[in-house]
Design a protein around this ligand. Structure first.
Ligand code: DGJ
Length: 704
């Protein structure tokens, strides 16, 4: 049978006739409703020619490409049975059945393939939002142990997609784009950090040359997994180009006894003919359908305000100042645990420090609650300091000694706790559960501050997920933020079980503009922590005016990470005004479609969120490093309904952005301008001449 999955402008056609491994006929633009006869003729028409000096049958990409079918590229599965048999598997189709329509899944297929000693199940789903996700499960049906080397999902890319985008980065400059032409060979991005890492490929996108935020055909994929992994694109001289991904294993890390199974993470992919914003729209809608969030409370995180300098009096003053500007959640960051005077000790002892907190956290928590805020607490459950009670009592719980007995190199003076050890897991679980029982904690900031560099990343990641799942099940309503030295663990595996990610440790607004711009290509804004930091950023030493910092932190899950007890009356009023604006607009910001303009250049960026029904929008016009000459032309605002009229009104956040001009554009004095969505996208509006590192926020509403 030939299967045709269709949703949100995307078609996926799988030829599962006969007993061979089903062949992917098409993944891309919607082909419309097709009769069985039309599908047959499509599938038949796609059989390629056979070249000279090649296998004698046409080579087609199957749902599990392997050598037995003539595939000499990266295989869908690799491994060996330890009995010594070196025969590679040849699969045939046993069953192709629709996946029972699960919640939110419009159409899915479950393909079961068998070889002499392996069974592989391939699950494929095309969600109503156009997300195509694929997962493989291998079962060892042989009679000796099967050592799995790799298990990758792979999807075909048409030859017109010749350009590739993926990401790299470092602390604290995560998710920076890099582009290249697709040429013959494999471009592979391996992450062996035990977490995706700061340089994670994140999202690999192949597209038609010159694709942008708003134009071009694009095919993108992400691996929903928080451990070792790879994303790759392989283009062969046969004309096949493949976008794939899977978990990375150490040799011998995954050994399946007879009848044991191993399930891969989901490869989460999408196609769009409307550029990267089209992809983002599919990913965001998919994530929102799986993880609907409560109203994103404005929070204050204590880290850059006090670091380890904690006392009830100091923190109560900070809580008072936070409440006075409208903060709704107060999060006590690192430094509250017994003996945690700096970052060299005490991880693993999740007990309140009796020196800093002689009455426990109660005086602070009670005060926070009395101010109408809820309370959050920082933890780093996967880690251990060698200078801690737990490491002294259980040195065997420290993960990953090498063959000479040496521990992994220390990183931030810490090691990893072996959560896959049931006793270590039970210890951490009991300490965290005791805290959650003693205090009304509604939010955990869950940090993870090092690469593993030893031990099984698979077992560790699975155990981490299990601990998060257990706590969420036992404490309903508990929200978790995923932090990993900033943005070292931003992926859809962790987002399945957390409510916020911390995209980066930098609160420098200029750096943040870039980090949001690209992180929002996959993750919806309401999951992206966005903090108002101090005037001079702690990570870069760069100083920004308040209005730029406020405009930058508006477009995510807003928070404050600044000692607001030090604010003068003007700044305090400005911050309160910003908090009020965030509360007013968060419904739109956290449900609409992210729009990023291609029209800007390196000096001027435009981004925004347009309501799903296009009835309103919020944009930011950002002068990155502009001189005024670069920004005199009109600025276009894309993504609105072309046929409707809109009123564009500047939003003052504390102060207007600094300008370098003798006179503003005339419309400015009227305080608003009215234009159709078509005009805003095609013609645009001249903006005030923003000085470098300034942003102007614009509210767009229907004019009729
Ligand atoms: C790294 C995080 O990214 C910071 O926000 C902060 O929580 C520190 N860890 C605390 O040690």
């Amino acid at each position: 049978m030939i299967h045709h999955l269709r949703a949100a402008g995307t078609s996926f056609v799988l030829d599962a006739r006969g007993t061979g491994v089903p062949v992917i006929v098409h993944w891309g633009p919607d082909l419309g409703a097709l009769s069985p006869a039309a599908l047959e003729s499509l599938a038949d028409s796609q059989v390629p020619a056979v070249g000279p000096s090649s296998i004698d049958t046409p080579l087609r990409q199957s749902i599990l490409p392997v050598m037995a079918d003539g595939w000499s590229g990266r295989p869908g599965i690799a491994g060996h049975h330890e009995s010594g048999s070196s025969s590679a598997p040849a699969f045939s189709l046993s069953v192709a059945e629709p996946i029972p329509v699960a919640e939110l899944v419009e159409a899915g297929l479950r393909i079961t393939l068998d070889s002499a000693a392996l069974r592989v199940r391939v699950d494929i789903e095309l969600t109503p939002d156009g997300v195509l996700r694929q997962r493989l499960t291998v079962t060892n049906t042989g009679d000796s142990v099967y050592a799995l080397a790799s298990l990758d999902a792979a999807l075909p890319i048409p030859t017109r997609a010749r350009e590739l985008l993926d990401f790299t980065g470092r602390w604290p400059r995560e998710r920076q784009p890099q582009r290249r032409d697709i040429a013959n060979g494999t471009w592979t991005r391996d992450a062996r950090h035990g977490r995706p890492g700061h340089d994670n490929a994140f999202l690999m996108v192949a597209g038609t040359p010159g694709f942008g935020f708003r134009s071009g055909e694009v095919w993108g994929a992400h691996l929903a997994w928080s451990g070792d992994q790879r994303l790759w694109t392989e283009s062969a001289s046969t004309g096949h180009t493949v976008l794939g991904g899977g978990e990375l294993f150490e040799p011998g890390e995954v050994r399946l006894a007879p009848n044991e199974s191993f399930e891969s993470p989901w490869l989460v992919a999408a196609f769009s003919d409307a550029g990267l914003d089209g992809l983002a729209q599919s990913f965001h809608r998919f994530i929102r359908s799986r993880r609907p969030l409560s109203t994103r409370k404005v929070m204050l995180n204590t880290w850059e305000a006090v670091y380890f300098d904690q006392s009830a009096q100091r923190l109560i003053e900070l809580a008072d100042a936070a409440a006075s500007v409208g903060v709704e959640r107060f999060v006590l960051d690192d430094g509250w645990m017994v003996g945690r005077t700096d970052d060299r000790r005490a991880l693993g002892d999740w007990i309140v420090d009796p020196v800093k907190w002689p009455d426990g956290l109660h005086p602070l928590v009670d005060h926070v609650l009395s101010l109408g805020m809820d309370f959050g607490l920082w933890v780093e459950p996967e880690m251990v300091s060698l200078d801690s009670a737990v490491a002294r009592e259980h040195p065997e719980w420290v993960l990953g000694a090498f063959d000479n007995g040496a521990l992994p190199l220390p990183w931030r003076w810490q090691q990893v706790l072996d959560l896959a050890n049931p006793d270590a897991f039970a210890h951490v679980h009991a300490q965290l559960a005791a805290l959650l029982r003693e205090y009304p904690i509604s939010y955990l900031k869950w940090d993870q501050n090092r690469d593993l560099l030893g031990g099984s990343a698979h077992r560790h990641t699975t155990a981490t997920y299990a601990l998060m799942d257990a706590l969420r099940a036992e404490f309903p309503g508990l929200e978790i933020e995923s932090c990993s030295s900033g943005g070292g663990r931003v992926d859809l595996g962790v987002i399945e079980r957390t409510d916020r990610v911390w995209p980066s440790d930098t609160n420098d607004s200029l750096e943040r503009q870039a980090i949001y711009r690209w992180t929002a290509g996959l993750v919806p804004p309401e999951f992206l922590g966005a903090h108002l930091g101090a005037p001079t950023a702690h990570t870069t030493g760069r100083t920004h005016e308040l209005s730029f910092r406020l405009a930058t932190a508006l477009f995510g899950h807003a928070g404050i990470e600044w000692d607001v007890t030090t604010l003068g009356p003007d700044d305090r009023a400005a911050v309160a005004e910003w908090v009020a604006a965030y509360k007013l607009h968060r419904g739109l910001l956290h449900s609409g479609d992210v729009v990023r303009s291609d029209a800007g250049d390196a000096t001027r960026w435009v981004h925004g969120v347009v309501a799903a029904d296009a009835s309103s929008a919020l944009f930011a016009v950002v002068a990155m490093t502009a001189t005024r000459d670069a920004v005199v032309g009109p600025t276009t605002l894309p993504g609105l309904d072309p046929s409707r009229d809109y009123r564009v009104t500047p939003v003052r956040l504390g102060a207007w952005p600094r300008v370098v001009q003798d006179a503003p554009p005339p419309w400015w004095d009227a305080g608003e301008v009215t234009m159709s969505g078509r005009m805003l996208a095609a013609v645009g509006i001249p903006m005030p001449l923003l000085a470098p590192e300034q942003a102007l926020v614009l509210h767009v509403t229907l004019a009729e």
